[in-house]
Design a protein around this ligand. Structure first.
Ligand code: PLP
Length: 420
């Protein structure tokens, strides 16, 4: 089935009420048929609902629908994009291990990997996403994950997936792609050979900036890369916290299962059923919206390129952009609504942001309402000067998240702001 059909139907069969819209199962817990039923669920002899921190029927539809769009085996909803990224890391790495992360990632991912997990004894090694050959020298026996974004935020790079996957597979290391900006509509990392996809569902998923949430999706047959692989011993050895369960022996998608049974159980960043319902509503129109976001962003990028005072426009849909060849190879149907442009300095950048009327100053992306952000003074304020350069965030960089307003109105708004 094509994406637009999956977006509307995947993961939901009518329930006993016949409700056509997915119901919101707003419940904390579930009544068991009897004591044996409860015992069987806890022992995984039977699959079913136990407690909403672990699973929920509304969230289940969200997970199945998202996994279907990504072409994956299973999904796990989380309370935020950051918890999805953290769980993807915590599912494979422990103290003494390392992960390898692209320098060009969302600011929160930089602080998570550079600071927070360091305190848990997990080292992060960074590579330039424009130069995947650097990975070879960084991988060792303790490397557990290679993490990068399919369209980087805010530097708007598109990686060479083939080059990264080739090196990762040669070493048996899992790849994890943050597909938030591209969404599964424009990029399918699992079909490109990647192993795990993570998302901030807070962005294009509702498309209206309605809720904070996240998603982890694993590819089909991931067990083949994990079973017997000494890097992932805890998937291959009995889990003492779950009756000695060996994840790689189960006929189930093992990555999301372990993240659910161990990490959601113990750390608890579960999505609320109501938020899962909001994501389901949003996903129905995701394919349509991503086409429009992309078409308007393309028009705006072409307009900005011609403006005096604009030093550089970063949008992979422009033939002048260094990422254009990778975008043509790895993205389909558009390059999303995120673009950035550079002006001379921070003062001019702030003046432009202060002068737009339709573009609002907000630190978010992926909303139907257009957004203007000055990353160096907001989302990336915590980064050092070197980290800013590494993340591709010069002081005069302005990021736009192009919404769904009429594109000629957006262009007129930017024109008057640039001319002030
Ligand atoms: N990944 C990317 C690419 C993002 O842009 C963001 C947030 O802006 C996140 C992850 C974090 O997501 P959340 O805000 O849902 O925790």
């Amino acid at each position: 089935m094509k994406d637009q059909t999956l977006a509307i139907h995947a993961g939901y069969e009518r329930d006993e009420t016949g409700a056509m819209a997915v119901p919101i199962y707003q419940t904390t817990a579930y009544e068991f048929r009897d004591a044996d039923h409860a015992a069987n669920l806890f022992a995984l002899k039977e699959l079913g609902n136990i407690y909403t921190r672990l699973m929920n029927p509304t969230t289940d539809v969200f997970e199945k629908r998202f996994a279907a769009l990504e072409g994956g085996a299973a999904g796990l909803g989380t309370a935020s994009g950051m918890s999805a990224i953290f769980y993807a890391i915590a599912n494979v790495a422990e103290a003494g291990d390392n992960i390898i992360v692209a320098k060009q990632v969302y600011g929160g991912t930089t602080t998570l990997t550079g600071h927070t997990i360091k305190r848990f004894g997990i080292e992060t090694r960074y590579f330039d996403v424009k130069n995947p050959s650097q990975l070879e020298a960084l991988i060792d026996a303790k490397s557990k994950l290679i993490l990068f974004e399919s369209i980087t935020n805010p530097s708007i790079d598109v990686p060479d997936f083939d080059a990264i996957v080739k090196i990762a597979d040669a070493h048996g290391v899992l790849t994890c792609v943050d597909n938030t900006v591209a969404t599964p509509i424009l990029c399918k990392p699992l079909a490109l050979g990647c192993d795990i996809v993570v998302h901030s569902a807070s962005k294009y998923t509702t498309g209206q900036g309605l809720a904070i949430g996240g998603m982890i999706v694993e590819r089909e047959n991931l067990v083949q890369k994990i079973k017997g692989n000494p890097r992932y011993a805890h998937f291959n050895e009995p889990d003492a916290s779950y009756h000695g369960l060996i994840y790689s022996d189960l006929p189930l998608p093992l990555f999301t299962l372990r993240a659910r049974l161990a990490l959601l159980r113990d750390l608890g960043a579960a999505p609320s059923p109501f938020n899962s319902w909001l994501y389901i509503q949003g996903i129905e129109t995701l394919p349509l919206r991503m086409k429009q976001h992309s078409a308007s962003a393309q028009e705006i990028a072409e307009f900005l390129e011609k403006q005096p005072g604009v030093i550089k426009v970063n949008y992979p849909g422009l033939s002048s952009d260094a990422n254009h060849p990778n975008a043509q190879k790895y993205l389909h149907g558009g390059c999303s609504g995120l673009l950035s442009f550079e002006v001379e300095n921070m003062e001019i950048a702030k003046k432009i942001a202060n002068s737009t009327k339709i573009f609002k100053i907000v630190v978010n992306i992926g909303d139907s309402k257009s957004i203007i952000t000055h990353p160096a003074s907001t989302t990336h304020q915590q980064l050092s000067a070197q980290e800013l350069i590494d993340a591709g965030v010069p002081a005069g960089l302005i990021r736009l998240s192009v919404g769904l307003e009429e594109s000629s109105d957006l262009i007129a708004d930017l024109k008057q702001a640039l001319e002030r």
